[in-house]
Design a protein around this ligand. Sequence first.
Ligand code: IMP
Ligand code: MG
Length: 172
Amino acid sequence: MDKISLLISENDIKKRVAELGAQISQDFKGQTITVVSVLKGAVVFTSDLIRSIDCPIDLNFIRAKSYIGMHSNNNVDTPDNPEFDVKGKNILIVEDIIDTGNTLFKLKNLFYEKGCNDVKIAVFLDKDVKRNADVSTDYTCFNIDDKFVVGYGLDYDEKYRQLPYLGVLTLE
Ligand code: IMP
Ligand code: MG
């Protein structure tokens, strides 16, 4: 049986995401933000975050996969060509969690290679113990310890994404 213990409540998430959206709205004032949400984990965070941003946005998605079960396989699987226009855009990558940093490092470089103007990064969670890629985030909702978490979009083998709160998963 999997055990999930509450780490961050639905209410605390709601408040923090709204704060982050307000900050992003201020920083991007007068610009259109090309939002790039990283599938699948960032879908829930993205849908809440964009509703608290009051600048024009252009919403896009990109697929990235590096985790199998509870471990990163250090090989990030992403498309070589994004399916949306990147040239000259001000991109905001929206990701569920930064762990090793490999996913965001790869995506950030991909967008610069394709000629974007700027890349900023917003993450719901930052777990910095295993960081090995040279990438920093611009907006973070919560810093957490090195625990495996699920809910609010994050999964364990595709399960638990729909939980409205964040929990720590232990396998029994
Ligand atoms: P990174 O490339 O190591 O930074 O890993 C980022 C990706 O690993 C995230 O987008 C998640 O999909 C996955 N991941 C890392 N830690 C967790 C976790 O605690 N729970 C669920 N997924 C995680
Ligand atoms: Mg992810």
